[in-house]
Design a protein around this ligand. Structure first.
Ligand code: ASP
Length: 330
């Protein structure tokens, strides 16, 4: 027998949706991004997700673990100097200093993160070592740098001439007002990469790495390194990660919320949507900021939802690595 979703997909294909009064609105999301359950799968935020997904799949196919895969996938983006929101080339804070936040979680429920880290090209790799080699979850600032140094990481100036120029231009007005989707202007800006993966066995992992909001106050830490806010993985249920205005995600513990909603039966897209609705309800800033969530269920099902239009994500599943536009509240 056809289930409701299958029926709606078939009805959509046959142009019959006008015959299904009251069901059209609620189910368009499912139709536009039909359930996909094949494993392995990678889902990640924004256009750079395509390259990251491909890198992750390469690592998995050559025998790496799902944690190796998510780490290496986002490292590729950290190393890209053209990317203005991750790793080298990231736009600095108000003082002209690039400060990085990153987190990682694996299928065993372990988690590691670094925040306010400076001069280290691969914060996600430091986060992984925090997870695997220390009794802690988060290391910050000087302490994170000391740990990185002691672990053999070399320091490097991450402020590129292009980022310095952008900061000097910004200094003239010094107006702090993050613009919706500025990250997505073609060839200009990018944004945090949050990436989730599930391997052939159904084990989940995730990683999230960013230089945070450009021209933030010195010392500001966003959602990305906060476990449960910018990233959460529960190997029994699923995984979620966030991008956009970190303050809104922090105040609602968005990624944890998405995973808990999945635990309670929502599919990934419904769960992302409900986390966005929570922000709409709780935070008046929602009207002028962007937040996007992506999620991956234990069965390989994926979904996304954002506050504002313009958020997109990359999905690699069933051998196809492609971009999707997220549905949004506004
Ligand atoms: N969520 C990141 C932060 O607030 C930035 C972003 O994704 O745009 O630091």
């Amino acid at each position: 027998m056809l289930n409701r979703r299958k029926f709606l997909e078939k009805a959509a294909a046959a142009g019959m949706l006008s015959l299904v009064p009251g069901m059209l609105k609620a189910n368009t999301e499912a139709i536009q991004n039909p359930l996909k359950k094949s494993l392995p799968a990678f889902i990640s935020t924004w256009n750079h997700g395509i390259a990251a997904n491909a890198e992750g799949m390469k690592v998995l196919s050559s025998g790496g673990s799902v944690v190796d895969a998510v780490e290496n996938a986002v490292m590729l983006i950290e190393a890209d100097p053209e990317n203005a929101s991750v790793g080298i080339g990231g736009w600095p804070d108000r003082e002209g200093i690039v400060t990085l936040d990153a987190s990682i979680m694996g299928p065993d429920g372990n988690a590691g993160s670094v925040c306010f880290l400076q001069n280290i090209l691969h914060p996600v790799s430091v986060a992984r070592l925090v997870m695997e080699k220390t009794p802690h979850v988060i290391l910050a600032g000087e302490g994170a740098l000391l740990f990185a140094r002691q672990s053999g990481f070399k320091e490097k100036n991450l402020l590129t001439p292009k980022a310095k120029e952008a900061w000097e231009k910004w200094l003239k007005e010094s107006k702090y007002d993050p613009v919706i989707n500025w990250e997505n202007e073609p060839n200009k800006y990018h944004d945090t990469i949050g990436l989730l993966a599930i391997d052939q066995k159904g084990d989940l992992a995730g990683a999230c790495t960013t230089s945070g909001l450009a021209f933030k106050m010195h010392g500001r830490v966003g959602d990305s390194p906060i476990i449960g806010a910018g990233l959460f993985v529960d190997n029994e249920v699923g995984a979620a990660t966030a991008t956009g205005m970190g303050e809104l995600v922090l105040k609602t513990l968005g990624s944890f919320l998405v995973v808990e909603l999945m635990r309670n039966g929502r599919n990934p897209m419904e769960a992302c949507k409900e986390a966005v609705l929570r922000i709409v309800k709780k935070d008046p800033e929602n009207v002028k900021r962007q937040v996007g969530f992506i999620a991956l269920g234990k069965n390989g099902e994926t979904g996304a939802f954002s506050l504002q239009p313009g958020f997109n994500y990359a999905l690699y599943q069933e051998g196809i690595n492609e971009m999707f536009d997220s549905k949004s509240y506004y």
